[in-house]
Design a protein around this ligand. Structure first.
Ligand SMILES: [Zn+2]
Length: 235
């Protein structure tokens, strides 16, 4: 259930009635080429969280729509520092515990957030009472088979499935790693996560090829991710 559908009396009853799990989605505000909105990561992770919440009966909190995106400098990004992000998660989790919500899933929608959120998961586990150490952190793209990208085939297809804001006529092929040596791919991966490194490896801000993206593929990806995440969350 999305938090926007909950009112205080019902919410408090809901907390009391059974063990509730809360999803905290985390996105970003950053360039996604010329064809996708800068809110893309937040849009996708919000949709996945909402579907997962419905499927599993979890409560979905509003998305944290800013992330750690300095790797995109000088392309557009509005970023948090890594420690700010993990402090935000820590603060939210303290409140969650105070409200007697035992279990939390931090759902990540942006690669650059992963390190901070992993640390946030560890920190928040330790700040909780021993009987309430139920925190899990997932990056959603680990729950799909297809190789992930940035504003490429995967993200563009998923956006076509959930948004009418995609400008397909402006979609351009970006960095393609297929055919490169393992060593070169490793070098590119490393550089792309450093401050200002992304535009150095993906000149037009796109990693992958969005030109063949379809709504149908996007729907398939979303269904696959939600199905696999649900399995993981219920195990
Ligand atoms: Zn993205």
């Amino acid at each position: 259930m999305d938090a926007s559908e909950l009112y205080d009396p019902e919410f408090r009853k809901l907390i009391k009635s059974k063990k509730q799990t809360v999803i905290i989605p985390v996105g970003s505000l950053e360039q996604h080429g010329a064809h996708l909105p800068i809110t893309t990561d937040s849009d996708i992770v919000t949709e996945i969280a909402s579907r997962l919440g419905k499927k599993c009966g979890f409560i979905v909190f509003p998305t944290i729509s800013y992330g750690v995106s300095q790797e995109h400098d000088p392309f557009f990004n509005v970023s948090l520092e890594g420690n700010t992000l993990w402090n935000i998660i820590g603060d939210i989790d303290r409140s969650v515990v105070k409200n007697k919500l035992k279990s939390v899933i931090i759902l990540n929608g942006h690669h650059g957030n992963a390190l901070s959120l992993k640390l946030a998961e560890r920190k928040t586990i330790l700040q909780r009472p021993a009987r309430m150490r139920k925190i899990r952190f997932y990056s959603y793209w680990h729950f799909m088979k297809h190789e992930f990208d940035h504003a490429g085939f995967v993200e563009t297809s998923m956006m076509l499935a959930i948004s009418d804001k995609v400008k397909m006529k402006r979609a351009k092929k970006g960095l393609i790693t297929k055919g490169l040596s393992e060593k070169e791919i490793q070098r590119i991966n490393k550089l792309s996560t450093q401050q200002g490194g992304f535009p150095k490896v993906a000149k037009n801000g796109v990693w992958g090829d969005p030109t063949g993206a379809t709504k149908k593929d996007g729907k398939k990806f979303l269904a696959e991710i939600v199905r696999n995440l649900a399995k993981e969350c219920q195990s």
